[in-house]
Structure formats: C-alpha cells, structure tokens
Design a protein around this ligand. Structure first.
Ligand code: ADP
Length: 261
C-alpha cells in the first residue's frame, strides 16, 4: 500500500516536473522567437533610417537646386555620417553571425593602444560634436603596446561609445580612461547618463536584450552591441564588465598584454 502510494506520488511529481520543463522550454522558445522578430524589425528600421536620409540628401544635391556652399557641405557631412552609421551596423551584424557560427578569427598584430584610441576618437569627433558630448580622454604617459586584433578592439570601443552617445543625455561628458600594467590593460568608458536599472545589469550582455524603458523606445537599437562586445573581449582573452555607479554607467574592458588567444 505504502509502496503503491510512493510510486503514485513519484509518478505525479515526475509528470509535474516534466510538464513544468516543457512549459519552460515553450516559454523560452516563444521568448527567443519574439526577440528574433523584434531584432529583424529593429535592424531593418536601423538600416532604413540612414538609407532614407542618404537618398534624400543625395537627391537634393543631384538636382542641383542647392547653391549655397555651406548647405552643400552640411548635406555631404550628413551623408558621410549616415554611411558611417550603416557601416557600424553592418559590421555588427556580420560580427554577430561569425561569432554565432564560431567563425570569428582573431589576428595578433602589434598595436599601440594610445595611438589606436586617438585615431578612432578623431573619426568620431563630428558625431560627438553633433550630440554636444564632450569626450574626456585620459591616457597614460608612456606608450601602451599590445598584440591584439585591431578590428575587434575598434568594434568593442565603438559599440560602447555608440551606447554612451545614444543613452547619455545630450550635452553631457563621456570619459574614456586607459591604464596599462605589465600584465594587463584596462579601458573604462564612463558616462553620466541615466544608467542601467539593477535588474538588467547582467542581462544587457544577452543577445537581443534591451532595457524596456522610454529611453530605449526613443533610441534605435538591435540589442546586439554589448553581446558582441563581450564575446569579442572574451575572444581576445579578456573580459567586458559593467561596473555599477551611483550616477550613469561605466563599462570596463580588461585585456591581457600578450594579446589574442
Ligand atoms: P542596443 O543599444 O542596440 O539596444 P546594446 O546591446 O548595445 O543594444 O545595449 C543593450 C541595452 O543596454 C540597451 O538597449 C540599453 O537599454 C542598455 N544600455 C547600454 N548602454 C547603456 C548606457 N551607456 N546607458 C544606459 N543604458 C545603456
């Protein structure tokens, strides 16, 4: 009798556990499917906006109706800026697919980090000026040589910078700080924007994850930038972390000096 009840009890528990597992799996599949759908629609939207702008300004210039040199210059600058935005997005989608398929290879070339940062940030100046954001770049006095993958490093920094520009309030400061020890280099990107709610601090590195608030609704995004940046950092043998701040956000990239795995 007792054994019979035990068997029935065990049977019911097994059914309940199995059922919960199936429900959980179905919920996860549905969540992944809906994240993918919103990813496709977000990416399409992100591609469409700069393309529409580029086409509009190119048509205006092509029609020859814009005679003022200053206006022509502004329209051309917008075309360049929007094409750069398209390039960043396409690079992210390409990186994402290579990382997903385990096909991302890392080069090991000698790099001087101070120079790399200065060149990269120089190319971002027009965007920062437009957003009225002041970049405070803090570099070590001595050179910081490393063997690493230039494209991966640039993509990580650009993704972090993109977010700081998108989510930090207009007219704010961003701080980029590099420090180098014999073993490792540390790069911190700090902004004084709205920060990240504590419930999302780990999940922001999940692919497709976007914090569901008015800020994210206002700003376009695919939810891929941080996931790619972290995977690239790990591919280089380092790590990318979010450091909780009282005000704003800070992302920390740690990399070994000897370079990519
Ligand atoms: P995307 O910016 O395309 O949405 P990311 O993976 O780059 O995707 O970022 C994930 C989410 O993390 C963003 O949607 C945003 O909600 C939040 N986030 C990232 N960086 C910042 C930041 N500097 N300040 C505030 N929120 C941020």
């Amino acid at each position: 009798m007792l054994i019979g009840s035990l068997l029935i009890g065990t049977f019911i528990i097994a059914i309940l556990l199995g059922g919960s597992l199936l429900l959980w799996q179905a919920w996860r599949n549905q969540r992944d499917a809906s994240r993918k759908t919103s990813f496709v629609s977000n990416v399409s939207h992100e591609l469409k906006t700069p393309l529409t702008t580029i086409r509009m300004y190119a048509e205006l210039l092509g029609e020859g109706k814009i005679h003022e040199a200053e206006k022509q210059r502004r329209y051309l600058q917008t075309i360049i800026k929007e094409s750069q935005r398209l390039t960043r997005l396409v690079n992210n989608v390409l990186d994402f697919s290579r990382l997903e398929q385990g096909r991302r290879n890392y080069q090991q070339e000698p790099l001087e980090l101070k120079q790399l940062l200065q060149d990269l940030l120089e190319s971002q100046q027009p965007r920062l000026r437009d957003a009225d954001i002041r970049l405070d770049l803090q570099l070590p006095e001595t050179a910081c040589a490393v063997k690493s993958d230039r494209d991966a490093l640039e993509q990580i920094i650009l993704n972090l910078l993109d977010n700081a520009v998108k989510y930090a309030a207009v007219g704010e400061k961003i701080q980029l700080q590099l420090s180098c020890s014999d073993q490792q280099l540390t790069l911190r990107l700090r902004d004084w924007g709205p920060g990240i709610p504590s419930a999302h601090k780990q999940r922001i590195f999940d692919k497709f994850h976007r914090v569901d608030n008015s800020l994210t609704t206002r700003q376009q995004g695919s939810g891929l930038g941080l996931s790619i940046a972290r995977q690239l950092a790990q591919g280089l043998g380092g790590e990318l972390n979010y450091l909780p701040m009282q005000d704003g956000s800070c992302f920390e990239l740690l990399l070994p000096r000897e370079g990519a795995k």
